[in-house]
Design a binder for this molecule. Structure first.
Ligand code: SAM
Ligand code: SF4
Length: 334
């Protein structure tokens, strides 16, 4: 561990950065966004060079893994250039992993480039394989594009994990077949509890499905063997003996996962959020656009470490309650 490594006040070393490159998206998933979103003005969004500087500052302080996210990262026009620049830090050994989370709609165009740039695995978010449901959930009729994107990614040799948000009355019945389908194609699956982030057009209590109940239901038909595998992240993994595949559970509501937290998030406007569940942030953009960016970035990172909270405090109990944090997941970067 380098002597200037990023360590928070609870002794947790930060080795993982999730970097959002845009708040825009070509889908409008109902749990993530409202239909009519006001996106950030372009001037507020970090330039390619600024994003590269931010990533570099984190890498120099011991971050070994970067996940590019959004909004939808692949709708940002210069995304391949950013990835190419970060890929150099992968080749030089400064980074262990460069990856991204995507909705898959643009993967057909990017899969080969991603693989060439040293990306080995990606997360693709897909909550249903039913055309009609997909359209209702994302408000866009593009499931076939996503499926073609998955084909392209697998042909390019990318390993894929499918992220599925478990949604009451939407995909609860479909989860076993979705898992079987993914495992049958050699893809891991992670189920996620919906989190109260940002105002949407619906009530979260109508969407929320505790994964404890999902797991109980899956266990009536499958043998789920807990795995010791941890990625330093919030997922707990099991092997589904019947399919041979890996299944993860991210349970922010039913089981707090903060004690081993190794990550921070930076938004596309340069705000460091040290916790998904808190509104406090440290602004990097002012540091980047000021007279002494390097020194100001270093100070900002130190401040972020000093203020990283011990844990989030999400709950979804009261119908109609305001979200736990006001910003959408598409802003923070999932
Ligand atoms: N657009 C990309 C995608 O969908 O993969 C990347 C950004 S998206 C915000 C990242 C992840 O956050 C997705 O897997 C999405 O399902 C998840 N997500 C969005 N809003 C959420 C919420 N309120 N609760 C839980 N997960 C959420
Ligand atoms: Fe877009 Fe991802 Fe949010 Fe869906 S979850 S609206 S794909 S940012």
């Amino acid at each position: 561990m380098s002597d200037n490594a990023l360590t928070d006040s609870f002794g947790r070393q930060i080795t993982y950065l999730r970097l959002s490159v845009t708040d825009r998206c070509d889908l409008r998933c109902r749990y993530c966004m409202a239909e009519h979103m006001t996106f950030l003005p372009k001037r507020d969004v970090l330039s390619l060079e600024e994003l590269e500087s931010v990533a570099g500052a984190f890498i120099d302080r011991g971050v070994r893994k970067i996940r590019i996210t959004g909004g939808e990262p692949l709708v940002r026009r210069d995304i391949a250039t950013l990835l190419a620049r970060l890929s150099r830090r992968l080749k030089s050994g400064d980074l262990d992993e460069l990856t991204l989370t995507t909705n898959g709609t643009q993967l057909v165009h990017h899969a080969d480039v991603l693989r060439e740039l040293g990306v080995k695995r990606i997360n693709v978010s897909l909550d249903t394989l039913d055309d009609k449901k997909f359209e209702r959930l994302t408000r866009r009729n593009v499931l076939s594009k996503v499926l073609r994107g998955l084909d392209a990614a697998q042909s390019a040799g990318l390993k894929i994990k499918i992220n599925v948000v478990a949604l009451k009355g939407v995909n609860d019945q479909e989860l076993p077949s979705l898992i079987e389908w993914a495992h049958g194609r050699g893809m891991d699956v992670t189920l996620i509890e919906v989190m109260p982030l940002g105002e949407i057009d619906e009530d979260r209590t109508d969407q929320y499905l505790p994964l404890t109940a999902v797991r109980d239901a899956l266990e009536t038909q499958w043998t789920l063997t807990p795995m010791t595998m941890r990625t330093g992240g919030p997922s707990r993994y099991v092997r589904v003996e019947e399919t041979g595949g890996v299944l993860g559970f991210i349970t922010p509501l039913t089981q707090n996962f903060c004690e081993g937290c190794n990550r921070v998030r930076v938004t596309c406007t340069g705000r460091i959020y040290t916790c998904l569940g808190h509104d406090d942030f440290i602004d990097l953009r002012a540091a980047l656009r000021g007279p002494a960016p390097e020194a100001a970035l270093a100070t900002a990172l130190d401040r972020a470490m000093a203020t990283k909270p011990e844990r989030h405090g999400f709950q979804i109990k009261t119908p109609g309650a305001a979200p736990a944090v006001a910003r959408h997941m598409s802003v923070t970067g999932g």
